[in-house]
Write a protein that binds this ligand. Sequence first.
Ligand code: KG4
Ligand code: ZN
Length: 347
Amino acid sequence: MSEPVVLGIESSCDETGVALVRGTTLLGDCLASSVDEHVRFGGVVPEVASRAHLEAIIPTIERACDDAGLTLADVDAVAVTAGPGLAGALMVGVSAAKAVAWALDKPLYGVNHLCAHVCADVLDHGPLPEPTMALLVSGGHTDLLIVRDIASDVTALGRTIDDAAGEAYDKVARVLGVPYPGGPHLDRLAQQGDPTAIRFPRGLTSARDMEKHRFDFSFSGLKTAVVRWVQERERDGLDVPLADVAASFSAAVADVLTRKAIDACEHHGIKDLQIGGGVTANTQLRTMAEERCAAAGISLRVPRIRLCTDNGAMVAALGAQVVARGLAPSSLDLGTDSSLPVSTVSV
Ligand code: KG4
Ligand code: ZN
């Protein structure tokens, strides 16, 4: 018998994502984004995001089915992001998933958005080696995770103690007058700059910090250093070399992320590193991770860029893993949890 078809629904932030997955094969997916509606506010406005999800959810489900050449009647299980994320935005996806599961009389699985980011790569590179060290870098999270089983055993090893890496990107972008979301814009700018032009600080890497925070991150000091550097140039009447600032800032982020991830692998005797989340789309991070993992003898897995930022495919992929393990479905009175801990893979 062939593996079940899982419909995945993602609505935790500003992307409405729906996809169909069988095992580790992506059959079809569709993404609707409200990002353009948030640009003038310089960040995601929760009410605007919820309203956009509401308008997009049904057409996005239909388009994902069309893309797969399937109909809802072919769906064997429904997976949905239950958290973490924006409460109102999550509610739209969870309500839609419940309706579909109930109407089809198929099981419903509420899954963790962060674990789904880690799981996305099974669609590109097959089942995760176990254990795997995972570095999750998104707009709201920067975590190092030990993954012994992506469907049921994920442990947090370290996390940011202040800003997430993506958040630092978005805030630095605002100071530089670059539109939201900052990550992709700064990434493009950085391609024309010199990453060694300015030496920005590397958070929590001093010997003293490493004693207590070896596997934790901090990006707030870096953000402040960039702001201060730019303000001083402006005060002195000098122009600000945007590309060099972007490249040097990105280099500082990528340096700390890769250094700590490799240290974590070595410390725990884990030979595989998986990276995921929106910031994984970053060019410097991808290049630096490849070079440093190769030098350290660590095998690196990074998904294609479309699977790094929020999407429905990652949710369907994690749903398929949970189904394959025979874990219990969620109840139809499943709620949302905007601060769902990463160790709760499904609810
Ligand atoms: O995972 P994601 O799509 O949403 C969350 O779950 O947060 O991550 C969004 C974050 C944003 O902060 C965005 O600026 C950042 O990922 N990002 C990037 C790039 N593309 C997206 N950061 C750096 N370089 C990129 N190319
Ligand atoms: Zn995300």
